[in-house]
Design a protein around this ligand. Structure first.
Ligand code: KIV
Length: 272
């Protein structure tokens, strides 16, 4: 298996499957706005997820449940306008696909048509198989999401690691195989034991992208605001912080306040 990095001009769902086949890991991060998406796209990110985590990170809700289809389309359109290379996957928000397959199709069509995103992501396995089938039949690429599925937080009760027990691990493996057989192009596995995640990745030909799922999977995803350290109240073990922007931004804002109050800003050169 080669680990050489191929130069992809534009990432497609097929590129991701090729990357897995070639042993190249897939790098995915979230974005909800034009400016962040532009920086990510220029930095060589493979996949941008317009995550429903916008509900927490941008809107300040406690869960991902309140964000609407219109909100997701708004965020995704801004991201699409910024990108040339990355594959843009848009989360289908809670309530837009769970009731029946036709509703799921209507919601996914709105996302694809109104935002210009390239694919959608849905949480769940067997329970939503009819919706996934219908979306794929309509030509809409689908990324699955198993393990900790935050839209079901009130069913789980906590955000702790999923599938530690044999029965749940077996269901997860079966769901992953089902998603692959239906035609999903990739699956996000969130907060599951690394050994199980690796077994899933080895059993499937489509890429498994992990968040808190260890290094034995085919790619990694993090919430950008978390890895930049803009959020500081959230510190799960799996999170690597590349910057500590909360502190740096706070200090910049304080300095600005001080400069305005002291009349240091603007100076002679900063006016007309
Ligand atoms: O909404 C989101 O950001 C996600 C990632 C955590 C995978 O679904």
């Amino acid at each position: 298996m080669s680990t050489a990095k191929k130069d992809y001009k534009k990432i497609t769902t097929k590129s991701l499957v090729d990357m897995k086949a070639n042993g190249e890991k897939i790098a995915m991060l979230t974005a909800y706005d034009f400016t962040m998406a532009k920086i990510l796209d220029h930095s060589g990110i493979d996949v941008i997820l317009v995550g429903d985590s916008a509900s927490n990170v941008i809107a300040g809700h406690e869960t991902t449940l309140p964000i609407t289809l219109n909100d997701m389309i708004y965020h995704a359109s801004a991201v699409v306008r910024a990108c040339q290379r990355a594959l843009i996957v848009v989360d289908m928000p809670f309530g837009s696909y769970q009731s029946d397959a036709k509703e799921a199709l209507r919601s996914a069509i709105r996302i694809m048509k109104e935002s210009g995103g390239h694919a959608v992501k849905l949480e769940g396995g067997k329970e939503i198989k009819d919706s996934i089938k219908l979306l794929l039949k309509a030509g809409i690429p689908v990324m699955g999401h198993l393990g900790l599925t935050p839209q079901s937080i009130y069913k789980f009760g906590t955000y702790t690691v999923r599938a530690k027990e044999e029965q749940e691990a077996e269901k997860l493996m079966n769901d992953a195989k089902l998603l692959e057989s239906l035609g999903c192009f990739a699956i996000v596995l969130e907060k599951v034991p690394a050994k199980l995640a690796e077994e899933v990745a080895k059993s499937l030909t489509i890429p498994i992208i992990g968040i808190g799922a260890g290094g034995g999977v085919d790619g990694q995803v993090l919430v950008t605001h978390d890895m930049l350290g803009m959020t500081h109240e959230f510190s799960p073990r799996f999170l690597r912080r590349y910057l500590h922007l909360y502190d740096e931004m706070s200090s910049a804002f304080s300095r600005y306040v001080e400069d305005v109050k002291s009349k240091d800003f603007p100076n002679e050169q900063e006016q007309y």
